[in-house]
Design a binder for this molecule. Structure first.
Ligand code: AMP
Ligand code: GLY
Length: 415
């Protein structure tokens, strides 16, 4: 089949690498892609996705990022007759609006934090009075993971809310898990659970980012977690969306906290997570194009069970100077080839570009996701960091503790 990937970040590079491994994929295209994706796919400039899909005669279109999904690109493509992996705009609201997502979760009866939607300072004060700090305040819009503050400082909570419609939530205490589920609107197939690192600094300090690293699988998580969550949390949400006449077909990503009372939902996303995709897909043995096509065609129930390779994967994000605030772009990226000579390591491109002289330069906040697979987390981690040490970007920064506690076995579940 001929597959078109829409997007150009690290997630789309990881998806493209996995798609390129599927023998049923005869031709792979990406729009706009990035210099890394150009190694496995033919790149087409960003443009009207329907026109691009026609140009390449796509048999399957995979939409990576949330913005085109929320904007209805999947609907446009389907209306033009294409087979699309990615939800409609109506279904992608589960990510686009936190208040809508909460409404769906309540209707589906799944465990999530109590919440208050606040539009006025008075409503905000009532909500902040009702919760026990830390305060969780979320902008009710897409914000690339940066619209949320978790703080004990009431002034900071108020300042974050100023000028926005916000959702205030009860704080959920426990390790976080990202679970990706492929769904066709009826059947739910979970992938491996992963963990990402949202804060910019070692030890989970500093502001939230889109994610500074990730690993999978989770040796500390309860056995059967993915299947349990798929059955008791994701399936009811998928059924609720179908019942509303807006079935969710695509990738439903559950962000969970494993609390004393069990897994509770922090948020849903309508697409693969970035950088978790970089560690989940390298471990998937089953051909992914076939899986995504089955979901897109509403035939997931007939798909054989997924198989996974043994071992573990770790990805470490190298970010540009200033990220997550105001990242500087245009800095030369050195050392990628040396990094890729490290065993079982791939340098995934997130925010990269070629300048006029053909040099690889930074083009975004998160620049690279250096990804290694190993027999276990400790081995994968060692390779990933050996490779990160080869990379040189002026002012570039990364966390040094990705998967550290998991590899050493010091993550404990509450209770
Ligand atoms: P979100 O964009 O909703 O995923 O929030 C970003 C991050 O903020 C999450 O990954 C958590 O680390 C944190 N967070 C959000 N909501 C809560 C909550 N109710 N309790 C604890 N932490 C939260
Ligand atoms: N890594 C978090 C996200 O993709 O939303």
């Amino acid at each position: 089949m001929r597959v078109l990937v829409i997007g150009g970040g690290g997630r789309e590079h990881a998806l493209s690498l996995a798609l390129a491994r599927d023998p049923s994929v005869q031709a792979l295209f990406a729009s706009p892609g990035n210099p890394g994706i150009g190694g496995v796919a033919e790149l087409l400039p960003a443009g009207d996705p329907v026109a691009v899909a026609r140009q390449v005669s796509a048999d399957l279109v995979v939409i990576g990022p949330e913005a085109p999904l929320v904007a209805g690109v999947a609907d446009d493509l389907r209306a033009a007759g294409f087979v699309v992996f990615g939800p409609s705009a109506a279904a992608a609201r589960i990510e686009g609006s936190k208040a809508f997502a909460k409404d769906v979760m309540l209707a589906a009866g799944i465990p999530t934090a109590r919440h208050w939607v606040c539009e006025t300072p008075g409503e905000l004060a009532t909500a902040l009075d009702a919760v026990t700090p830390p305060y969780v305040v979320k902008h009710d819009e897409l914000a690339a993971g940066k619209g949320v503050v978790v703080t004990r400082d009431r002034r900071e909570a108020e300042q974050h809310a100023a000028g926005h419609r916000v959702v205030v939530e009860e704080f959920l205490d426990g390790p976080e898990v990202s679970l990706f589920c492929v769904t066709d609107g009826a059947t739910v197939v979970p992938l491996l659970a992963a963990q990402d690192f949202k804060r910019v600094g070692d030890g989970d300090v500093g502001p939230n980012t889109g994610g500074m690293g990730a690993y999978a699988p989770l040796p500390w998580a309860p056995a059967g977690l993915a299947d349990d969550v798929a059955k008791t949390i994701v399936q009811p949400v998928v059924d609720e969306m179908a019942g509303r006449g807006t079935p969710f077909s695509g990738l439903l990503y559950a962000g969970l906290a494993l609390t004393v009372s069990g897994p509770m939902v922090i948020e849903f996303n309508a697409r693969f997570g970035d950088p978790e995709t970089q560690v989940v897909l390298p471990l998937l043995e089953s051909p992914i194009a076939t899986l995504l096509q089955a979901a897109a065609n509403g035939r997931l129930a007939e798909h054989p069970p997924l198989t996974w390779r043994s071992g573990a994967a770790v990805t470490v994000v190298v970010a540009s100077d200033g990220y997550p605030g105001a990242p500087r772009t245009g800095d030369e990226i050195c050392g990628v080839e040396a990094a890729e000579r490290v065993e079982a390591t791939t340098v995934i491109h997130a925010g990269t570009a070629r300048d006029g002289d053909g040099r690889l330069v930074t083009a975004g906040g998160r620049v690279l996701a250096v990804t290694s697979v190993g027999a276990d987390l400790a081995g994968a981690r060692q390779s990933a960091y050996a490779a990160v040490d080869c990379i040189d970007i002026r002012g570039g920064h990364h966390r040094t503790d990705i998967a550290d506690r998991a590899a050493r076995g010091t993550i404990a579940l509450p209770g």
